[in-house]
Design a protein around this ligand. Structure first.
Ligand SMILES: [Zn+2]
Length: 58
């Protein structure tokens, strides 16, 4: 049985992708927040469904 791929694979910064078309892989910090290495103000938190929500938290 083949397992469905999960969203746990590399997460791309949706803001950078929307603005520039570049796929910037987000880096997870020690608080579980995904931070964009190009623009540190791009911060996301994965919600229960696995979607990225913009967050202001560090
Ligand atoms: Zn970004």
């Amino acid at each position: 049985m083949v397992k469905e791929p999960t969203v746990k694979i590399n997460k791309i910064c949706p803001t950078c992708f929307a603005e520039t078309g570049y796929s910037i892989v987000l880096e997870e910090n020690d608080r579980g927040i995904l931070v964009c290495p190009k623009n540190p103000q791009h911060k996301f938190k994965p919600n229960k469904e696995g979607f990225l929500e913009k967050t202001e938290a560090w």
